[in-house]
Write a protein that binds this ligand. Structure first.
Ligand code: NDP
Length: 320
């Protein structure tokens, strides 16, 4: 069932740094953007404590505060920022159709996808508790590693990301304990070897997390179990990093857009263009490599510029 159909020149889906940056550029280019925030307004950064690596904030800023600032900036130029979750799209025709909360239908001249990716977590109650408290659980070593300088941390995972992040942490932390659930790495040999050859990284194979321990405010250790011998022990740590993969939030687009084997949207190299004309992508929905707020913001800018050029070409009078 559909309410009255609304027509929109530029629809932006998602409210992380990519979406808001696209909105700032699109609004300033008179594209009257409408932005739907999704279920987690502000995106992944709202689960980050302190952001110290986004240029322009010399003293750092909390993730939620930064997203409020970006939202304000997008609103200042007239972006129509709305609550709502895009549940379905149809990109098969000239006009791109989008449904919000299953019933509201929007016809869009251009669409910018900034739906991001979600870090996977183990799902333990104790892990989620300290994640929500901002007390020492993180899924991003580059974002949060700095807060654990000269401290002992634990990281879970055995893929390329986990190896890269463990190695990154080893340069900051006094000790990194890596928990690998099987007796082998999934990561490429070169990445696994780098970890194996780093002095202050201890690798525990066949080891799973039982519980993240803490004092009610911050993490103090991790209870782990050897899944072969059954031995349970506690590893002292102030940080618990989870690097077991990300899931791009792209399910609703898979019928129409080219995705890679893990679900990331494939953009045309050096642009934000997808395989569908008038549909652009920015941020982590197309990026499994960099995944930073600043790179997401950069590609948000690209998407707005690409959309503006696309609309301008479409609206230009045809020469006789
Ligand atoms: P992957 O899916 O490759 O690896 C996930 C890892 O997490 C696996 O080792 C898996 O274990 C482990 N894992 C999953 N669930 C659990 C759990 N519940 N408990 C414990 N461990 C768990 O994800 P990545 O993010 O590492 O990589 C994604 C893609 O990006 C890959 O293609 C990778 O090659 C690429 N990448 C490339 C980089 C580079 O080239 N520089 C850097 C980073 C990523 P198991 O092995 O037992 O399944």
């Amino acid at each position: 069932m559909s309410d009255t159909i609304e027509k929109v020149k530029c629809l932006i889906i998602g409210s992380g740094p990519a979406g808001y940056t696209a909105a700032i550029y699109a609004a300033r280019a008179n594209m009257a953007p409408v932005l739907y925030q999704g279920t987690q307004p502000g995106g992944q950064l709202t689960t980050t404590n302190e952001v110290e690596n986004f240029p322009g904030y010399p003293e750092g800023i909390t993730g939620p505060e930064m997203m409020m600032e970006l939202q304000k900036q997008a609103g200042r130029f007239g972006t129509d920022i709305r609550d709502g979750w895009v549940t379905r799209v149809d990109f098969s025709g000239d006009v791109h159709r989008v449904w919000v909360n299953d019933h509201k239908e929007i016809h869009c001249d251009s669409v910018i996808i900034s739906t991001g990716a979600s870090a996977k977590y183990l799902g333990l109650v104790s892990e989620q508790k300290y994640l929500k408290l901002g007390g020492g659980v993180s899924a991003c070593a580059v974002c949060d590693g700095f807060f654990y300088r000269n401290q002992e941390v634990v990281i879970v995972g055995a893929g390329d990301s986990a190896c890269e992040e463990a190695h990154y942490l080893s340069k900051l932390c006094s000790k990194v304990t890596m928990l690998v659930r099987r007796d082998v790495f999934r990561a490429s040999k070169i990445m696994a070897n780098r970890v194996k050859n780093t002095k202050n990284i201890e690798i525990l194979f066949n080891t799973e997390t039982e519980e993240v321990l803490g004092d009610g405010q911050v993490v103090t250790g991790v209870k782990v179990k050897d899944n072969v011998t059954g031995e349970v022990k506690t590893i002292p740590a102030t940080g618990f990093f989870v690097a077991i993969g990300h899931k791009p939030n792209t399910d609703i687009f898979k019928e129409y857009l080219d995705l890679d084997k893990t679900g990331y949207i494939i953009n045309k190299p050096g642009t934000s263009k997808t395989n569908v004309e008038g549909v652009f992508v920015s941020g982590d929905a197309a990026d499994h490599v960099y995944r930073q707020a600043i790179t997401a913001a950069g590609t948000g800018c690209m998407a707005a510029l690409d959309a503006e050029r696309y609309l301008a070409a479409k609206e230009a009078p045809v020469e006789a």
